[in-house]
Design a protein around this ligand. Sequence first.
Ligand SMILES: *Cc1c(COP(=O)(O)O)cnc(C)c1O
Length: 450
Amino acid sequence: MEYTKFLLEEKAIPESWYNLVPDLPFQLEPPLNPATMEPVGPEAFAPIFPQAVIEQEVTQDSYVPIPEEVREIYALWRPTPLLRARRLEKQLDTPAHIYYKYEGVSPSGSHKPNTAVPQAYYNREEGVRRLTTETGAGQWGSSLAFACGVMDLDCTVYMVRVSYDQKPYRRIMMETYGAEVHSSPTDLTQAGRNILEEHPDSPGSLGIAISEAIEDAVGHEDAKYSLGSVLNHVLLHQTVIGQEALQQMELAGEYPDVVVGCAGGGSNFGGVAFPFIRENLKNGKNTRIVAVEPASCPTLTKGRYTYDFGDTAGTTPMMKMYTLGHSFVPSGIHAGGLRYHGESPIVSALAHEGLIEARAYAQNPTFEAGVTFARTEGIVPAPEVTHAIKATIDLALEAKEAGEQKTILFNLCGHGHFDFSAYQQYLAGELVNLEHSEEEIEAAVAGIPG
Ligand SMILES: *Cc1c(COP(=O)(O)O)cnc(C)c1O
């Protein structure tokens, strides 16, 4: 029998996170204070993040040791399996070899606990008692709720109202882990009250929920804030994915010609890709690295590379990144995790320098790919990762066309067990693509200051 799974023992859980920044052949541009347009020092983040996290945000060390207690919690689900998608290959009748790293085996069902656990750990070590955060679809909120549970911290989640109403099971999962979940906008913060005064029926947004979570953390001595994507320390924590995958591809006796990940804020993509980009930069490998995004939120493919705010309210430092403008409101596609106007500054710089490429797909073709995957490989993927699957299928078909045996690795960053209402719509033929017009995208990008 040919092997399908490539498994590592617990002792193969990486001992360090890999930091791509010192290996980059260019300098990253620093975050700026919007008032002065001067670089902000790490101290600007002190009211919201613990010291250890701030240090990791700016570190130039190539490797950052993973605390033993974090590795012990990682061992609840890591190392995650790497699988060869033999049945999908057969279905596509492609000479390509397709591998996927499956992060959906984590307690909350995605890659996000890889960073939630260390963030909760460092906060607890520095005496913090409570973490606040925002969540859209609930993947991040449930990951942080789980992490706070194991680290004995309180957890307050501001959940975007539409999701709060539409996804009761994600909310109940967070409550099961012990978190307090509020439907945002709330009347608990000034940011929330301001919105409610003007729009009592506001459906909420990630931008509003971020403002509420930050205000809560800043206003309480024993609380800090936690972010699930975009920032350097988050991508750092996610590199356990790619480091394990390197070992597993070796077990499989192959090396990927292409590595694919879906990109919202860039953390699961960076997590799988950065260790392979290191091999490209330092060890003469030549792997194509492909980020995949929704056509309705085409940050890397149609955004502008410039300084912009990280949040909708315009309160964060300005970051150099691909952006559609911080006031851009992406349409309500089901891949909630990919609805972000910006992109990780590291991933943005890699795209700008041509070290990675990007593709964008509309909603229906990605669900079609997700259903094909479910019917061949068995796992029902999260709507976000169906973008990576669609790109993988296209790449495999391009290989067939060219008569080339390519090896493709993609990151299956989460399962879709809380997303069946989206699949229901797709199966009923009721799902629409929800792309913005060229004009809308151009207008949004033209409106970015600077
Ligand atoms: C949150 C999430 C994403 C998007 O976030 P990234 O930081 O881009 O990884 C993608 N997929 C899943 C399953 C998620 O939960």
